[in-house]
Ligand binder design. Structure first.
Ligand code: ADP
Ligand code: MG
Length: 238
């Protein structure tokens, strides 16, 4: 579970085509990074996959099933927002439980998943605190915990670390990579940070103005960038 296929997916805002017809295959368990400059369409593409935006054309398949018109909550995907999307008045436990309460998961199953997520994210001692009593990194872990308990087919991250300071970012990068190693769930991770892309990805998708410039492993892009844009972005000489 967690295979995502985009078939000639397009997105227009009014007359502006932000995503020209785009094809992409994401395999089950892959860590895929969408990278590219600000405004190139990374968030839009992620939101199309999540179902938070309607496509203007094409199809989105999740595990081989057409999900183009499926509402976001039924796609089996979990979007990880930046940590400021937590509910400040709720404890960590309640924040993590929130999506399960919405989905009607039985209480004992909620407790089991919260315990497991807290353990995986080193939050066991913080479950009764409020977000305001946590560090930025801990808050980001709570945001990830809220996604984990939904046991999604894929995690979608949109620049989750961009409001953390540089030192914390490095640590969180490692934590997310370790989480991926442990869960082996598909992750799609949007960033404009080349270092994040190169260190975290199994597969990098380089975007420019909504077009895929190149898809490949970090090593492939580094060794054989298809053009100067990719070379410049990945930071290898060409
Ligand atoms: P990125 O995440 O790579 O910075 P976005 O996906 O946010 O880029 O935006 C891609 C392009 O689409 C930008 O030109 C942006 O202005 C435009 N755009 C994004 N959302 C909307 C919207 N709701 N209405 C109109 N234009 C939008
Ligand atoms: Mg964006």
């Amino acid at each position: 579970m967690g295979r995502i296929t985009l078939e000639a997916v397009t997105k227009r805002f009014g007359d502006v085509e932000v995503i020209p017809p785009l094809n992409l295959d994401i395999n089950d368990g892959e860590f895929v990074v969408f990278v590219g400059p600000s405004g190139c369409g990374k968030s839009t593409l992620l939101r199309l996959i999540a179902g938070l935006e309607d496509t203007s054309g094409g199809r989105i398949l999740i595990d081989g099933k057409d999900a183009t018109d499926t509402q976001p909550a039924k796609r089996g995907l979990a979007m990880v927002f930046q940590s400021y999307a937590l509910y400040p008045h709720m404890s960590v436990r309640k924040n993590i439980a929130f999506p399960m309460r919405m989905a009607g998961v039985p209480q004992d199953e909620q407790d089991r998943r919260i315990t497991a997520a807290a353990k995986a994210l080193n939050l066991t001692d913080y479950l009764d605190r409020k977000p305001g009593q946590l560090s930025g990194g801990q808050r980001q872990r709570v945001a990830i915990g809220r996604a984990i308990v939904r046991e999604p087919a894929a995690f979608l991250f949109d620049e989750p670390l961009s409001n953390l300071d540089a030192a914390l970012r490095v640590g969180m990068r490692l934590e997310i990579s370790e989480l991926h190693n442990r869960l082996k769930t598909t992750m799609i991770y949007v960033t404009h940070d080349q270092v994040e892309a190169m260190t975290m990805a199994d597969k990098i998708v380089v975007l420019r103005a909504g077009n895929i410039e190149q898809v490949g492993s970090p090593m492939e892009l580094y060794r054989a960038p298809r053009n100067l844009f990719v070379a410049g972005f990945i930071g290898s000489p060409k």
